[in-house]
Design a protein around this ligand. Structure first.
Ligand SMILES: [Zn+2]
Length: 196
């Protein structure tokens, strides 16, 4: 792939990201407790980061909150994810950070779906039902941040997800810059992402 064709890479990138989101939304296969996913795009002065994690990694549970403590944990987690700024160290404070997308687990809707589902169960075949149950048994948080900066960003980013959430043991990272792309696995002992 030629380095002088950023447009081509951009197109490829969009396909890559769109493909990933679809896979995450529709397939429970990529949902592994203890693992979270990062999709990183660095285009000189712009850094886009998508973070996807099973709810249990961040909350310690993966069902509707029951106690007051669990409700507070849920609310604090949502606030932190929505505000951004917690995930990466090494981005200049002059960069403008915006949260472009945010999805919290839909525990309550899932409950009501369950009700409908029981009603409809006679209409569906068995195979379809069991796959739906599997998909409903797990929930993700998903958030996408955009850092808009005045100057080119560093190629080393320390990921703080492990410091904030004990439930995250590994981070599967797919990254792309205008020159290169890569795939890596980060951990608590190895939290620095090298985009080169
Ligand atoms: Zn799960």
């Amino acid at each position: 792939m030629s380095a002088s064709r950023p447009n081509l890479i951009c197109t490829f990138l969009l396909i890559l990201i769109a493909g990933n989101s679809t896979a995450i939304a529709q397939s429970p296969v990529s949902h592994v407790h203890g693992n979270a996913e990062l999709n990183v795009v660095l285009m000189e002065k712009q850094l886009q980061v998508e973070f996807v994690s099973p709810a249990i990694n961040l909350l310690g549970f993966e069902r509707p909150p029951i106690t007051d403590v669990e409700s507070a944990t849920m609310n604090n987690t949502i606030k932190q994810l929505q505000h951004g700024g917690w995930l990466i160290e090494g981005v200049p404070s002059t960069c403008q950070l915006s949260t472009e997308e945010f999805e919290a687990p839909f525990f309550e809707e899932r409950e009501s779906n369950k009700h409908d589902h029981e009603h409809e169960s006679s209409k569906h075949d068995h195979e379809h039902e069991s796959s739906k149950h599997e998909a409903e048994a797990h929930s993700n948080f998903r958030v996408r941040y955009l850092y808009d900066c005045d100057a080119a960003l560093k190629k080393q980013l320390r990921i703080l997800a492990f410091d904030h959430y004990n439930g995250i043991e590994t981070l599967t990272v797919q990254w792309i810059t205008n020159l290169m792309q890569g795939y890596t696995q980060l951990s608590r002992d190895n939290p620095v992402l090298y985009l080169e």
